[in-house]
Design a protein around this ligand. Structure first.
Ligand code: FES
Length: 120
């Protein structure tokens, strides 16, 4: 089985992975700060990344979440994209960032609700 280099932009972090490894696995192995809200099941569509140097076909799950324009721009889901050659990936920080803000706000609201219930 071959190994390939995945380069993550904008930090230029590089990792060598086995053929068929998903980008989710590569991101996790590299310890990059990126969220996978559904745990990588391909059911939330939130783990958008951009492939900078390849044109990859979309999987069935990706077609449920990604529009034609996104696909033509190289947007894919990290948990659905497997590595079969050296590849350069732009982590889509803005969308993930928005998710992180929402997630953080939701967690704070839940905590606040719990505290309010405890003291009322
Ligand atoms: S983590 Fe949910 S679709 Fe990839």
């Amino acid at each position: 089985m071959n190994n390939y280099i995945v380069t993550f932009k904008p930090e230029n972090r590089r990792i060598s992975v086995c053929e068929g490894t998903t980008l989710k696995e590569a991101i996790t192995a590299e310890g990059l700060d990126f969220d996978f809200p559904c745990g990588g099941m391909g059911t939330c569509g939130k783990c958008r990344i951009k492939i900078l140097d390849k044109n990859l076909n979309a999987t069935e799950k990706e077609l449920k979440f990604l529009e034609g324009k996104e696909l033509s721009e190289g947007i894919h889901l990290a948990c659905e994209t497997k590595v079969y050659s050296d590849i350069t990936v732009q982590l889509n920080e803005k969308k993930n960032e928005v998710y992180n803000i929402l997630q953080s706000s939701t967690e704070k609201l839940l905590l606040l609700n719990l505290l309010l219930k405890k003291f009322t």
